[in-house]
Design a protein around this ligand. Structure first.
Ligand code: B1N
Length: 799
């Protein structure tokens, strides 16, 4: 949009007065933020309304991305950038004596997601709007987002995230579009006299679902999509005999809290209720909109909508859509089923067995009696149809209901036309191993969509310093098409460009060093290697392997204080699920090891270990630009894709990584020698599983270095971990090291040495960094969503 500084200043000052009866000299930072957000919202409202009208008039097919998590972070700068007014507003504010970055600080992170899965959903929201694709989000407006993490005495303490306390300027409550979602009670079928069996209900619990719309503004275009988040409320016309506090409490709980588990399934009833709540509300709204705009036959709805099931949490889309078509619109079962399969598509995000959703049949039967009947019927018809064709074993292995449980992945695959994994390796594993039986039956349904990241947030907004260097070197076209970064390659031997890249990295490191000083009270050397591992704390991600390597370096230096090492700052950021005891023990251990090393005068600043509390999107935006190294060291086959690996690459960090998830594609894209690869391959891992011949204790007994490091956990070397130390020690020895940490240790140390050697050669290091940046284009989520649009949803971008 076009905006002059003069106009903006006028709008901003007027808004301060009209909203808060104050002016620039007296306004607090909250007030400045709220006024600014309100002005920005006003700027896009017209574009939003126009685009809605365009969509309704053209009636083009739209996609709906159903996700139980979104992780947008802060929205202010992203909206400013996408409207094309970031610089104007920054300068205008400066002329008023206001620093935009300081004002932006007042915005709370919108953290209604845990980690990669939720952040991917938000990257997609940005990319869908920015590529002009008509596609909307559908989720839950949790009153409390992901907990805030405090570290007290080295332990993680969880505090509630009441992000809505000061209101949310971006959302619009749409009370007129509320729908009702029903739970429990009894259902029976009665003939309507025309041969149709119609359901009748008794004693259902009624919940009002109120949508809150948040516009998703496209990058310098005219597309504004919608992220619809549902809040649960008590219906206003509720029979007075139900209008009690208990009912209110139960109802509001549905959208009260995000479950803080990442890649882990917690089979609680409330979670199942949340899943049905946003699925049913979302589909009802889509149907209403379809009726009111198209007035077309509902039998053709597959030509107008695509519904995406992001992991299995929204899998109830399948039976709920069937219920709506069959019960509410009188569509015959077969036609309804064809339509459902055409409309639905599903992404699998993990093969970890503890994350696979299986709900007890009884639970579903009681909570959702009609949905249960429909699932049973889907399963029954499919079994009858396939039994003669493919035989009992294959049918049994792929049944939706098995051993008293409803398998949500099975329901998602069977009820949709597309199942995709999130990186090549992961998609291959689905086909070849984890979902092989399904692949045999429905080979055409399986495909890969390698994840991507919203590059606007992950460089243009978070790394203005590097963005400036890129502009000066290759022009600004990369801001519109990340593939254009490849133009950088010709400067690989250009000393002055390499120096500019180094200078930018150095400034980003200074910025982070200041933050570390402020928050952790630790002084770090900006010339040191900034070696970063930021992600959820999970055993499979192997933060512990990183820790063992740190201890190795520490003991090397204790043995030989004059050892010539390149100084390193090891930076961690990680939240553990509150109920994940082992992960919390690792956090405690990292913090105690950090204390031990940082306070050891003989180590000086050769090694520093920093655990930054409350890792979230905003902190990631500060840490990742400053990284020299990104640690992506999961056990091969366990990290479906990873997405921080792409953010590190974009910001010129080199990856220290295993052949897992999207790392493989990153290594391939950046070219040989520009990253550090180590560890078992997925085939070697599976070979161990087949033979059952991994013996971690042997490694402990036979490798003196490993022996000494592990003993440090139990012999008092590392202070204050008398509970956690033995627990970690036992996990690696007695319990046979589930994620092969010890097996990969030697090769990890080897790769780390290579890394150190390359870092001593500043030019060679910067060249490798440049090659990573130059080849990151394919990891833009703009590319990813275009693939979804073309291959799965069949939607078209606005011209
Ligand atoms: O999804 C990301 C991937 O990049 C990561 O590799 C993958 O681990 C992550 C249940 C999950 N998989 N499964 C989850 C999250 C919450 C929950 O309740 C499962 N998250 C991932 C994006 O594809």
């Amino acid at each position: 949009m076009k905006l002059s500084k003069k106009q903006f200043k006028q709008d901003f000052e007027e808004r301060l007065t009209s909203k808060f009866a104050t002016d620039i000299t007296k306004a607090g930072s909250q007030e400045k933020y709220a006024a600014l957000a309100s002005v920005v919202k006003h700027y896009y409202t017209k574009i939003w309304a126009d685009d809605n009208e365009y969509k309704d008039e053209t009636g083009k097919k739209q996609a709906y991305y159903f996700s139980i998590e979104f992780l947008p972070g802060k929205m202010l700068k992203s909206n400013l950038l996408n409207l094309g007014i970031l610089n104007t507003v920054r300068e205008a504010l400066a002329e008023l004596g206001i620093n935009l970055d300081e004002v932006a600080e007042s915005e709370p992170d919108m953290a209604i997601g845990n980690g990669g899965l939720g952040r991917l959903a938000s990257c997609f929201m940005d990319s869908l709007a920015s590529t002009g694709l008509p596609a909307n989000g559908n989720g839950i407006r949790y009153r409390y987002g992901l907990f805030k993490q405090k570290i007290i005495d080295g332990y993680q303490v969880e505090l509630p995230d009441s992000w809505l306390n000061n209101g949310n300027p971006w959302e619009v409550r749409r009370a007129d579009k509320a729908v009702e979602v029903r739970f429990g009670g009894e259902v029976w079928l009665e003939d309507d006299g025309k041969g149709n069996l119609l359901p009748h209900y008794k004693n259902q619990e009624r919940v009002l679902a109120v949508p809150y719309d948040t516009p998703m503004v496209g990058f310098e275009n005219t597309t504004v999509n919608n992220m619809c988040l549902w809040r649960s409320e008590v219906p206003q016309d509720l029979d007075p005999k139900f209008q009690n506090l208990e009912y209110m409490r139960q109802t509001s709980m549905l959208s009260a809290e995000l479950y803080p588990d990442d890649s882990n399934y917690d089979g609680r009833l409330l979670r199942l209720k949340q899943e049905y709540f946003f699925v049913s509300a979302g589909l009802q709204r889509i149907m209403r909109h379809y009726k009111s705009t198209h007035k077309k036959d509902v039998r053709n709805i597959a030509d107008y909508i695509a519904v995406h099931i992001n992991d299995t949490h929204p899998a109830l889309c399948v039976p709920e859509f069937m219920r709506i078509l069959v019960d509410e619109y009188g569509v015959g079962w077969n036609r309804a089923w064809d339509t459902t399969v055409k409309v639905m598509s599903y992404t699998n995000h993990t093969i970890l067995s503890e994350a696979l959703e299986k709900w007890p049949e009884d639970m579903v039967k009681h909570l959702l009696p009609r949905i249960y009947q429909i699932i049973v019927e889907i399963d029954r018809r499919r079994t009858a149809e396939l039994l003669p064709k493919i035989g009992a074993t294959l049918v049994h292995n792929t049944r939706i209901i098995r051993d008293g449980q409803i398998h949500m992945a099975h329901l998602s695959i069977i009820g949709s036309h597309s199942t995709n994994g999130v990186a090549k390796l992961h998609s291959d594993l689905l086909k070849d191993v984890e979902l092989h039986d399904f692949y045999e039956i429905y080979p055409e349904r399986f495909n890969n969509k390698t994840n991507g990241i919203a590059d606007r947030r992950w460089i243009q907004i978070s790394n203005e310093r590097l963005s400036g260097v890129l502009d000066e070197t290759i022009g600004t076209s990369w801001r519109h098409d990340l593939n254009d970064l490849v133009k950088l390659e010709v400067y690989k031997d250009d000393e002055s460009v390499l120096e500019c890249l180094q200078a930018a990295k150095y400034d980003d490191k200074l910025r982070l060093a200041a933050l570390i000083k402020e928050r952790n009270g630790i002084v770090v050397n900006p010339d040191a290697i900034f070696d970063v591992q930021v992600k959820r704390l999970h055993a499979y991600k192997r933060q512990l392997l990183n820790v063992l390597h740190i201890l190795k370096l520490y003991f090397d230096l204790k043995d030989e204080p004059e050892l010539d090492v390149v100084p390193r700052v090891f930076i961690f950021g990680a939240k553990a699920a509150p109920g994940y005891h082992y992960a919390k023990s690792i956090i405690k251990a990292i913090n105690e090891i950090a204390n031990m090393i940082n306070n050891d005068k003989t180590i000086a600043d050769k090694i520093k270990v920093v655990f930054m509390e409350n890792y979230n999107v905003s902190l990631a935006e500060l840490i990742i630009p400053a990284a020299n190294v990104g640690e992506q060291i999961s056990l091969a086959s366990k990290e479906a894709s990873g997405t921080s690996n792409m953010k590190f690459m974009l910001n010129g960090a080199l990856t220290m990584g295993t052949l897992d998830g999207a790392n493989i594609e990153i290594f391939e894209a950046a070219g040989e020698g520009n990253n550090f690869v180590f560890g078992l391959t997925k085939d070697e891992v599976y070979e161990y599983y087949r033979n059952g011949n991994y013996n971690a204790r042997d490694i402990y007994e036979q490798n003196p270095i490993v022996h000494r490091i592990l003993d440090a956990f139990i012999d008092g070397t590392i202070p204050n971990i008398s509970m956690e130390g033995p627990e970690i020690f036992d996990s690696l020895t007695t319990y046979n090291d589930e994620y092969f940490v010890l097996r990969d240790f030697n090769d990890y140390v080897r790769a780390q040495k290579e890394l150190e050697t390359l870092y001593r050669d500043k030019k060679a290091w910067t060249q490798a960094s440049l090659m990573n940046i130059a080849n990151v284009g394919r990891f833009s989520s703009d590319r990813t969503v275009k693939e979804y649009a073309d291959d799965i949803w069949h939607i078209k971008a606005k011209k």
